[in-house]
Design a protein around this ligand. Structure first.
Ligand SMILES: NC(=O)c1ccc[n+]([C@@H]2O[C@H](COP(=O)([O-])OP(=O)(O)OC[C@H]3O[C@@H](n4cnc5c(N)ncnc54)[C@H](OP(=O)(O)O)[C@@H]3O)[C@@H](O)[C@H]2O)c1
Length: 263
């Protein structure tokens, strides 16, 4: 039986084991998938230990996507572009990395809006933000503005993606078609005028029990808002494909398993 895991900190909330077990069941595969908590100093040892013990594949969640990228010897082109990884595997003793977050969000957003010609605001400049910016730019959007609590981190992203604008939150004075929150704790106040009635707010965070704070805020302002559960399923399906060479047939049963609808 093949062994998989997701590494992060925190990790208790992760739905990845349930999702991958459901994908495997759909395809008649047997696998184990565990959650591994580690810290910045032990990340590299934790990854090595997992593969030394015969593990097949790892998902990487916050805050280790950049460390995972740095650890890998071979990275896919989209992973090189992002400088962040969420999927690791070993091939002939060499650690490989990919990022599936970009595919995940683009697939999920297609249920909600057309990206072509849209003005996009991205909040947060961590590993997930780096992974989605390239695919968003490739979707023919009109422009992308990046805001991060730590300005230097956003400026580092801009060096890799010179087409984007970087701004302080307080300097924003226009509305956006799409606002994507990738900050692990969302900003609590926003300047007025950021939202138009047609703005879609998309939160990478998710909570199967209640709307996230960012989704709640957006809906209170009268805007449509969705959380990152759809993206979670889509990025998991892409990781699953990398490891197994097969795609799960449908996600609806998994949503019902997690007690959530399309939202
Ligand atoms: N739905 C999905 O499939 C999916 C996929 C990937 C990630 N995610 C979610 O996306 C989030 C980010 O993940 P990541 O891997 O990018 O994490 P990360 O690399 O640790 O980055 C965290 C980001 O959040 C910002 N941040 C943290 N606390 C903040 C606060 N109090 N106020 C404002 N900004 C704050 C950080 O800003 P600084 O640079 O200033 O520290 C940084 O930009 C997590 O919630 C994760 O679960 C969801």
């Amino acid at each position: 039986m093949k062994h998989f895991a997701v590494i992060g900190n925190p990790i208790d909330h992760s739905l990845s084991p349930k999702i991958h077990q459901q994908f495997a069941a759909q395809l008649g595969l047997s696998l184990t998938y565990e959650k591994i908590l580690t810290n910045e100093h032990e990340f590299s040892t934790t990854v090595s230990h997992f593969f030394d013990q015969g593990g097949t594949g790892l998902n990487i969640t916050m805050p280790f996507k950049t460390q995972a990228f740095n650890l890998a010897k071979i990275r896919t082109p989209r992973c090189q572009q992002a400088k962040a990884a969420n999927t690791l595997w070993m091939d002939k003793g060499i650690l490989h990395a990919d990022t599936t977050d970009g595919v995940g969000i683009i697939s999920d957003l297609s249920h909600h809006l057309t990206l072509n010609g849209k003005q996009v605001l991205v909040l947060g400049a961590g590993g997930a933000s780096r992974s989605i910016i390239g695919p968003l730019l490739a979707a023919n959007i009109a422009g992308l503005t990046l805001v991060n609590r730590t300005a230097a981190r956003a400026e580092a992203v801009q060096i890799d993606f010179p087409q984007i604008k970087v701004s302080a939150l307080t300097d924003l004075n226009a509305s956006y078609d799409l606002i994507i929150n990738t900050a692990s704790t969302s900003f609590s106040t926003f300047p007025p005028g950021l939202l138009a009635p047609s703005t879609l707010c998309y939160d990478l965070a998710y909570n199967i029990h209640e709307p996230t704070p960012f989704v709640t805020w957006a809906r209170q302002q009268g805007c449509a808002a969705v959380d990152g559960l759809g993206m979670l399923l889509e990025q998991a399906a892409e990781s699953f494909f990398i490891w197994h060479g097969a795609r799960p047939c449908e996600f609806l049963s998994i949503r019902s398993l997690l007690h959530v609808g399309w939202r």
